[in-house]
Design a protein around this ligand. Structure first.
Ligand code: SF4
Ligand code: SF4
Ligand code: FES
Length: 323
């Protein structure tokens, strides 16, 4: 079968804007998008830049946009893409600078991974039966929730809504990596707390908007958003409740527990607290909400059946803490 690959080309050294180029190619059964790109490079256009290594979904270097979604080219079947989209359009990963053509600049990605200290911190003592310097994990003593399967491909960061508008956000891959060390039983509690203190700062765990895109695109089922939720829970359980994000979560829960429903009129107070400067900043929003009839009566009584809602909260509080 003969088909067209449409490839986004861009050389920032000689061009101001990217453009698309079409390549006709004979494709066989079982061909992946990466196979097609390599053939185009070898047979038609040696100047095409792309990054790949293992060709087996292991090294993470061939992540790119294929028909608008972040995927590994080496495990994306041409036939399936054609069946789903009727075309093959390839571009570099979104929201990252382009070095050339399909090669995204991953410097900021690696910088953020380094920021979360991706190694074990001050560790517990070696168990007596282990040789000096070794700290193996006993089977069943840990639960990494598959975050250790990450191949650092960057697909989740490219798809991340929060990263799109805030380039400083640590991002799903780095935060998932941090969650892996937080669940490691060999790391001392004080080190874990130090991690959480760093992670709950601006651009950290509370900047995720829970869009779930990182979960959808991850080729290794790492589920970074769920890792971020575990980090948030750990931060709250460690008593780190003063950041805006933490106050939003705890304030939301307090209002629902008290009234049985969300009262938007009280949320800004819960989030900013009694800090006058911050309160003044939310006043314009409050006035807009009031004018549009979006401010419920702050003195409204709780809903009927509030006792049941409160018993759910009590039961949740009795649940053992999770890592
Ligand atoms: S869920 Fe959070 S981390 Fe994942 S893509 Fe959305 S904003 Fe980014
Ligand atoms: S979490 Fe998934 S998508 Fe993100 S870098 Fe790791 S393997 Fe790639
Ligand atoms: S070439 Fe290694 S993951 Fe695709």
């Amino acid at each position: 079968m003969r088909l067209t690959f449409t490839i986004q080309r861009f050389n920032p050294e000689t061009e101001f804007h990217s453009h698309e180029e079409d390549y006709r190619l004979e494709v066989g059964r079982g061909m992946t998008v990466l196979d097609g790109l390599i053939r185009i490079k070898n047979e038609q256009d040696g100047a095409l830049a792309l990054r790949y290594s293992c060709r087996s979904a292991i090294c993470g270097s061939c992540a790119m946009q294929i028909n608008g979604a972040e995927k590994l080219a080496c495990r994306t079947s041409v036939r399936k893409e054609l069946e789903r989209h009727g075309r093959i359009v390839v571009a570099p990963l979104k929201n990252l600078p382009v070095i050339k053509d399909l090669v995204a600049d991953m410097s900021s990605f690696w910088g953020k991974v380094r920021e979360v200290t991706p190694w074990l911190l001050a560790s517990r003592k070696t168990e007596p039966e282990q040789p000096a310097g070794q700290m193996t994990l006993a089977p069943g003593s840990y639960q990494f929730h598959n975050v250790d399967a990450c191949i650092m491909c960057g697909a989740c960061v490219a798809a991340c809504t929060s990263h799109e508008v805030s380039k400083g956000f640590l991002g799903p891959a780095a935060l998932a990596k941090a969650a892996r060390f937080l669940s490691d039983p060999r790391e001392a509690a004080a080190s874990k707390l130090a991690r959480l203190v760093e992670l709950e700062k601006e651009n950290g765990i509370w900047d995720c908007v829970r869009c779930n895109f990182c979960v959808e695109v991850c080729p290794k089922d790492v589920k970074p958003m769920e890792a971020i939720i575990r980090l948030r829970r750990a931060a709250l359980e460690a008593g780190l409740t003063s950041s805006g994000g933490a106050r939003h979560v705890t304030g939301f829960a307090e209002i629902v527990q008290h009234e049985g429903r969300l009262n938007e009129a009280l949320m800004p107070l819960k989030i900013v607290g009694f800090n006058l400067r911050r309160l003044l900043r939310v006043v314009p929003l409050g006035i807009k909400m009031l004018l549009k009839g979006k401010v419920p009566n702050p003195l409204a009584p709780p809903i009927p059946g509030i006792a049941q809602i409160r018993s759910i909260f009590s039961a949740a509080r009795r649940r053992p803490a999770t890592s």
